[in-house]
Design a protein around this ligand. Structure first.
Ligand code: ACO
Length: 380
């Protein structure tokens, strides 16, 4: 019997120094640091340095990273034009994927995969992707894009470029925590796609464009949009239980924001975001989305326990209510995931290009055999 690993489940394709996940114990480690400690204390930029260089930055290393980021938020005028000309109603992930692909045309060294150039491209994308997401959201709403403030970090600049006003320290910190939590997660679908794309030694823009396309799917980063879509369609607390039971009764029905290939217990990122969501609900006085989320978790827990399955909330579940309370439209949730995950994608590209082997798995052929060719006019 030929062994087949559908969805590449349990397959080790390479070694990595970046991230480790213990799905039984609910542990997520970036380069030796527990995610809970990083979410509690680190800024997104510190985590970027950690993921890219293997160590938390010294003060001067952090300053150097921030200096490198300052000009990175500026977009070529042609890319802004492209975003402005994108038809109304086009989903932001389509626009983001297209704009990131277009950026290669404005980079004379797009095909240089040396380590120094990859770090330059990574820094550039770390600024340009949030700038694209923010500009596109405003253009679609009929507003002018807001110029970046080079003195702000990624979290504050993104909030400012979306909302057109200085963000509060509290909102910036919540954004930073969300970016830290979404920055990296091992060989998830989009990161694997980035590495597999790079393994042909194509350019990093192609790899990140492919990764954005993968992240967009509802089984991956697109689930945070699906969670809010579900909560909005349910409408109130009383509707949660019938919704969940209805979904589970459907053939192949999935409740978005639950389940994970790796975790058997609650995703530690979901635990942290649950706390953030609860705090925002208390502070804002609008507990509706948090309470509906809690109820959904309760109903899913009971239903899954009855079936003997371990299907717990994942990172996308509580991020939906957190982003809602930060004031983001649900269409922006997955793009926010993309702007953060760019840090992890790039860390994996550094590793992949540094010690590459072409990814080329096999498929077991089960199709027809032994047919003979007949000319077109003789085919019935
Ligand atoms: N709702 C209902 N049932 C579920 C769910 C869910 N969200 N997730 C898993 N299950 C059930 C499946 O029905 C399956 O039952 P079965 O064995 O009786 O067929 C069992 O749990 C295992 O599910 P699989 O799909 O085989 O697990 P897999 O590892 O292939 O899929 C996935 C993981 C895709 C994340 C899945 O849990 C899912 O579809 N979740 C909803 C989408 C989602 O939230 N995605 C975000 C994931 S996190 C991220 O990418 C950032």
């Amino acid at each position: 019997m030929t062994e087949i690993h559908r969805g590449l489940a349990g397959v080790n394709v390479d070694t990595s120094q970046i991230c480790s996940i213990d799905g039984e114990r609910g542990e997520l480690i970036y380069r030796g640091y527990d995610i809970r400690e990083l979410a509690d204390q680190a800024s997104f930029e510190e985590v970027v340095h950690l993921l890219w260089f293997g160590e938390l930055p010294t003060r001067s290393e952090l300053d150097a990273l921030r200096d490198g980021l300052r000009p990175a938020f500026d977009l070529p005028g042609e890319v802004l034009d492209l975003l402005a000309r994108t038809p109304k109603g086009t989903a932001p992930m389509h626009a983001l994927r297209t704009a990131v692909s277009a950026l290669a045309a404005f980079d004379d060294d797009a095909d240089d995969t040396s380590e120094a150039n990859l770090r330059r491209v990574g820094t550039s994308l770390l600024g340009k992707i949030p700038a694209i997401v923010a500009a596109y959201q405003r253009l679609q709403a009929g507003q002018e894009p807001v110029a970046p403030d080079p003195n702000l970090g990624v979290a504050a600049n993104f909030l400012r470029m979306v909302n057109g006003e200085e963000p509060s320290d509290a909102a910036t910190r919540v954004m930073d925590v969300a970016l830290v939590l979404h920055a990296e997660h091992g060989s998830n679908a989009s990161t694997f796609v980035a590495r597999a794309t790079a393994s042909s030694l194509t350019d990093p823009y192609s790899a990140i464009t492919a990764a954005i396309g993968s992240l967009k799917g509802p089984l991956h980063g697109g689930a945070n949009y699906g969670v809010m879509q579900a909560l909005e369609s349910i409408g109130d607390l009383a509707g949660v239980e019938p919704y969940v039971h209805g979904k589970l009764a459907e053939e192949g029905g999935r409740v978005m924001g639950f389940g994970h290939r790796v975790y058997r217990v609650m995703d530690p990122r979901a635990t942290i975001l649950k706390g953030v969501s609860e705090r925002l609900a208390q502070e804002s006085g609008d507990a509706k989305w948090f309470e509906m989320s809690l109820e959904m978790e309760r109903v899913m827990d009971a239903a899954m326990e009855a079936k003997g399955k371990q299907v717990k909330p994942n990172v996308d579940f509580f991020s939906a209510s957190v982003y809602r309370m930060l004031g983001f439209a649900k269409e922006t949730y997955t793009p926010i995931f993309a702007l953060s995950r760019t840090a992890g994608w790039m860390a994996h590209l550094f590793e992949q290009y540094a010690d590459n082997r072409l990814m080329r798995p096999r498929l077991v052929y089960e199709g027809a055999k032994g047919k003979t060719f007949t000319p077109v006019d003789q085919r019935g």
